[in-house]
Write a protein that binds this ligand. Structure first.
Ligand code: PD2
Ligand code: ZN
Length: 283
């Protein structure tokens, strides 16, 4: 049976109308899924009625569908304990620069609470999923579980409001320290779904959906966050943050969000990072 026939006539008319208008097929599939259709039914109806063959359809399957950003609209975001300003915003992918997210005392306190308990940072091995030290990530770090104390809980409430996600979907706030020469070469914050090493990490809370990198000091020189595919570089500024999102409601991940921390040329660099998951993380 032609798969398109599983979809009611009014929806087939809707698909045909939108194809004639030149709409993006993946966006139409996403709209149908939001209206309650199973992914397979939506996909086969849209591609069936578009007249495109299966090979073309599966190539299109890999294209990331941009949806309404999770980040609230506007340039003023009210959080439970601070009003925060977005001073720069990019669409597709959603990247934003956030000024004054933490005040100077909050930045200094995070550094003070972390400095004595830093351990060398690792990355996830793509095959085994194990934690590995690599030359391309030369920071030391630590983290604070959700509700570690009233101070951390206050920051986590603010961050969750900004990122428009439940606090419980967040991983513990991570603090990283780079010495002069320290860097983090370009990488993705999501777990590549095709990697065997990702599976164990995806089992708890699902995929990472968005990141926030908060600068805890003014770096003397270097240490910018770079997005090589976007031609975008963000210089560290104490208390400010860069936000970006990369996983949509279909569970697709966006390779355009490749990013890294450039080498610190003079002085040192401290950041806090928050990663949000699809579901409650609980760890
Ligand atoms: O240090 C940074 O600027 C940076 C940039 C991108 C850190 C991370 N990602 C990270 O820890 O994931
Ligand atoms: Zn990163």
């Amino acid at each position: 049976m032609n798969a398109a026939i599983q979809v009611p006539e009014e929806w087939r008319d809707w698909i045909a109308h939108n194809i004639a208008r030149g709409c993006d097929l993946e966006v139409m599939i996403a709209d149908m899924m939001r209206a309650g259709f199973a992914a397979d039914a939506a996909r086969s109806a849209v591609f069936g009625l578009s007249g495109r063959d299966a090979a073309t359809a599966s190539a299109a399957n890999g294209v990331y569908v941009y949806e309404t950003p999770r980040l609230p609209a506007g340039n003023l975001i009210r959080t439970p304990n601070r009003d925060v300003r977005i001073t720069l915003r990019i669409e597709r992918p959603t990247v934003a620069f956030v000024d004054n997210l933490f005040d100077a005392q909050e930045c200094d306190e995070l550094v003070r609470l972390s400095a004595h308990k830093l351990v060398r940072s690792t990355i996830v091995d793509r095959e085994r999923g194990s934690a590995e030290v690599i030359a391309g990530r030369t920071s030391e770090g630590t983290y604070f579980p959700l509700n570690a104390d009233a101070f951390i809980a206050r920051l986590d409430r603010r961050i969750a409001a900004l990122m428009n996600m439940p606090i419980e979907n967040g991983e513990g706030l991570q603090i990283l320290h780079y010495r002069t020469g320290g860097e983090y070469t370009p990488h993705y914050d999501y777990f590549p779904p095709e990697d065997a090493g990702s599976h164990a990490h995806l089992a708890q809370g699902g995929q990472r959906v968005a990141s926030l990198v908060i600068y805890l000091n003014d770096v003397e020189d270097g240490g910018a966050t770079v997005f090589p595919k976007l031609g975008l570089t963000v210089g560290p500024k104490k208390g400010a943050a860069v936000y970006f999102e990369y996983c949509n409601s279909l569970g697709q991940v966006d390779p355009q969000t490749l990013h890294g921390g450039l080498p610190v040329l003079r002085g040192e660099k401290w950041i806090a990072t928050k990663w949000m998951r699809q579901r409650r993380y609980g760890g």
